[in-house]
Every structure is written in C-alpha cells, then in structure tokens.
Design a protein around this ligand. Sequence first.
Ligand code: NAP
Length: 461
Amino acid sequence: MAGGESLAVLDKYTGETIAEVPVASREATDRAIQAARDAFPSWSRTPAHKRSKILADAARLIERDKEEIATTISREAGKAWKYSVNEVARSVETFRFSSEEAKRIHGETVPMDASAFGEGRVGFWLRCPLGVVAAITPFNFPLNLVAHKVGPALAVGNTLVLKPASTTPRTAIRLAEILEEAGLPPGALQVLVGSGGTVGEWLTTDPRISKISFTGSPPVGEEITRKAGLKKVTMELGNNSGTIVEPDADLSAAIPRCVVSAFANSGQVCISLQRLYVHKAIAKEFTERFVAETAKLKVGNPLDRDCDVGPMIDLKEAERAEAWVKEAVREGARILIGGGREGRLMQPTVLAGVRPEMKVMCREAFAPLVSIYEYDKFEDAVAMVEDSPYGLQAGVYTNDIRKALHAVERINAGGVMINDTSIFRVDHMPYGGNKLSGLGREGVRFACEEMTSIKMVMIRS
Ligand code: NAP
C-alpha cells in the first residue's frame, strides 16, 4: 500500500514522533478500492449470523486490548486518559450494536391490492447493501467515529475503504488489525493514510465508490458533497452548541456536567458546550460555582490518570482559539478564568460579556472555551440557541415540561437534550445534524439504513 512516502504521527503532548506511517499513493488507492470492490460479492452474501459474529468478536478484542488502544488515542489525539478509556468502552458498544443490527436488516410486505392496478400481485421490499463505502473520519474520536462507519457498513454487507485523519491514523490501523483477527476476510476493509486533498479527493470522485460517509468540518463536508455527484452521502459536521439553564434546574447536577461538557477532550467535540445561556436570577451563583469548578481541572499530560484537559490537536488550532479569545476581549468580553496558552495546551477558558456576533459565539470554537450569556426570558434564550447556522444538538435544564416542549419545538437540530447539555450521546440513538451540521443520521440502526438501498420485489400470481 505504501507509495514510498511516510507520515510522522506525533505524540501531541511531548511532540515526539511515535510512528512513521506509509502514505497511500494514487496507485495504492486505486488498488484498495478495487480490492474492496472484489471483496463485495462474497462479503455481501456472507450469512448475517457470520457477519454478526465477526463484529461481536471485534467488540471482544477491543475490550481485551482496551489499555493499549486508549494509550494510542491519548498519545496521537492528546485526549485525557479518562476520556480515551471512555471512547474505547463506547466503541465496544458500537460494535456490539452493529453485531446485533446485522441480524435485523429486513424490509416488509406491501399490500399490492390496495391499488386497483396491483390486484393479483404479491409485493415486498428488501434492504440491500450498496457496494464500497468510503469512510472519511476526523481526529477527535479516532476510534468511535471510525466504529460508527465500519460497524454498520460491515453489518449490512458493504465493504469499505477508510481514510482516517492524518493526525490520528494509528488507532484506525489498529482497528483494522482487530477486525482481521476477528475473521474479517481480506479486502473487506482497507485503511488508506494520506491527506484529504489527495486520498480524500480520490475517494470522493472515484465512480467505484457507492457511498461517502464523512465526519468532519462543514467546509470540507460541503466540498465533498459538491464533488461526490450522485453517490449517496452522510455528512456529520460541526456545531456551536448551546445549552440553557433555567432557575428551576438542579444546579448541583447542572454545574459539574456543564464543566465536563465544555472541556472534555479540550472542547474538541462536535457537541461541546460552547454557548451557555443562564437565567439572570441564578447567573451570579451559577457563574461563581462554574468558574470555581473549572479552576479544579487538571491541565497537562493526557496519559496522567487524573488529567482533565490535554493538548489541542495542533499548534495552529490552539493559536486560532487564543486569537478568538483576544478578539472577543478587544470587543468587550471578559475572561473569568483561563485565556492563557502554552504551545498546544490551552487553559480552560470561560468568557462573559459576550455578544452573539463574536466569533466565540457564532462560529464553531472546537477548543476549551465556553461563553456565559445571561438572559431574562426563556423564549429569548431558546431563540438565541436556535439563531445559528448549525443544528446538531442543544441542551435545556428545566423541570417545567412546557418549557422543555417549547424548546423541542423551536430548536431546529438533530437532538434536544432535556436536563442535560448538548454533549449527551449514546451510540444507538439517532445522531446527526440539520442546517450546516450535516445530512443524514448515524447511530448504528440509522447508519445501517443509510448504508443500504431499498429493492422492491413484485410477483404476479
Ligand atoms: P476536517 O478537517 O474536516 O477533516 C476530517 C477528515 O476529512 C480528515 O480525514 C481530513 O483529512 C479529510 N479531508 C480534509 N479535506 C478533505 C477533502 N478536500 N476531501 C476529502 N477529505 C478531506 O475535520 P477535523 O478537524 O478532523 O475534525 C473537526 C471537525 O469535525 C469539527 O468541525 C467537528 O465539529 C466535526 N465533527 C463532527 C462530528 C459529528 O458527528 N457531527 C463528530 C466529530 C467531529 P486530513 O486529516 O488529511 O486533513
């Protein structure tokens, strides 16, 4: 698969090179797509119980190697150890759900004689695999977001070519080894390391690819969608997630949860809490306790078992986030805590006195950075959460069911979490965005649906 070139994978905390990974050439990409295509007829006809078993065995092997895999994630993604361990545990579940879903790929009968033109006929539809899926994945969950594509694609009988983020390819390579050990036949999953502009683009435009399943930033998602032509696409993109805290909320539950939601994985989560709307009746108490809780976070080496906030993925991103904070301050915002940066390590930062048009509010921060905004009327807070080009998930803390339902109705997003923040996700729920946040849904059952097409069968009796 190597084209001679290689890519250095860095430990994001120490900066040392932890591996040199071969980069795929155009010819290697071509061969990988062809191998996945050649593997398709046999894999798609492999009985469901056998596909299911391979996926269940993969879940078991991930669990067996959890410490080793979590170490790789912490080093190549800079993710704090406890969150890497959590990601591995979630991936085990994603593969278990995929194993179960492999046995539930079915259609239904159609009452043909409901139409005068359908009399004397029997009809039913089947769900069929598509062919070769190209999976293009981001750096921030190098295992579980890959699992969300690989598990469902294999469950329904597709084969795949996977291009992981160039900053975090080792976890994906390890996952492919695990699937091989679990009995996945050669060719069914190919991993290609290389840049978005080369391997990513070749996959996007190759006519042998039937579907592109992409997770990443909105601009790249839009570019891929434009170039993909008539291929099916699923786009899981970004957000500037908002959460509202009403005075009737249980603050002792809400405050620590909001802190974790803002700073887990250094804020590099697509549903990280970025805009925090707090009612003015509780704003003073909430803000003081929130800042005090943030001050307890341990920033540093992600491999330390008690680390809360590790480095950001690269220096450029950390510098960009710091520049946004400085710009907000120039425009009148106040730093309540944080604001500083040492290399890739950005201090957890809380801003107040922000305005909706500041970058820290209206763009996706993807950094350990949260802004607190005081509001007076609940309906206004809901309108502000909704006033976003994105629509992935939002959160509302209230015990008033009318308010909860008002938010559910008014916020145009893939999910509204009541008495939790935007960050809540389990891996079998439907998950995905509206507006600039994407197209289609993941969550194992929903990804399986998107990775199949419907074939109608009619039999004339
Ligand atoms: P990114 O820069 O868009 O990269 C994502 C993937 O796309 C990488 O593998 C990248 O390759 C590849 N790529 C880049 N340019 C490409 C092109 N022209 N054609 C094809 N592929 C291309 O995103 P990221 O920085 O890794 O991740 C952060 C973003 O992902 C945020 O916006 C976040 O909100 C979003 N995200 C969304 C979800 C969700 O489920 N909705 C989950 C996680 C993250 P290289 O690495 O080689 O550049």
